[in-house]
Design a protein around this ligand. Structure first.
Ligand SMILES: *[C@@H]1O[C@H](CO)[C@@H](O)[C@H](O)[C@H]1NC(C)=O
Ligand SMILES: *[C@@H]1O[C@H](CO)[C@@H](O)[C@H](O)[C@H]1NC(C)=O
Length: 143
């Protein structure tokens, strides 16, 4: 019993520290973020970026990443990565061409404007899995 309580307190403490770190750690982009240099067949499918990416041995595997987690509509401009993402609720006509995500998004005046963002600045391929650049934002699903 005591051990269970203690370990759940440790977990809760770790969760709090994790949340604090996540909130304070800035976006770390850069050299690892150019997923398109080792991926091909990029496409958009129901909220996901899909791609065929090379693993450590050079084999190509299909993978996908849920874009809504880190792509944000900021007054009609697509940005990434951003905590809280959520662009899907205010953007339509979404497409992916290579590393470029394009969508028509509602700006603060309520107008629909087309915007693009270069996903190479915010997504990396690590061993045929796609991740958001930045320490605490890893999410990936192998199809
Ligand atoms: C881009 O990706 C390649 C292959 O994964 C890597 O070797 C290179 O360092 C990266 N370059 C930049 C500028 O990110
Ligand atoms: C890459 O992933 C495979 C499993 O798909 C694993 O066996 C291998 O150890 C990984 N290699 C590296 C360098 O992470």
């Amino acid at each position: 019993m005591a051990v269970r309580v203690a370990s759940s307190m440790v977990l809760a403490t770790m969760a709090i520290i994790g949340a604090l770190l996540a909130a304070s750690v800035p976006y770390v982009g850069g050299e690892d973020c150019n997923f398109s240099s080792s991926c091909e067949d990029m496409d958009y499918d129901s909220g996901y970026l899909t791609a065929t990416c090379k693993n450590w041995k050079g084999y190509r595997l299909q993978t996908k990443l849920y874009l809504n987690n880190a792509v944000k509509n900021n007054d009609g401009n697509l940005e990434c990565p951003r905590w809280g993402g959520g662009f899907l609720s205010t953007c339509t006509d979404i497409s992916v061409d290579g590393a470029t995500l394009t969508a028509t998004c509602t700006n603060d005046d309520g107008d629909s404007v087309q915007s693009s963002v270069n996903l190479d600045n915010c997504i990396k391929n690590d061993n045929a899995s796609l991740y958001w650049c930045g320490i605490f934002s890893a999410t990936s699903d192998i199809i």
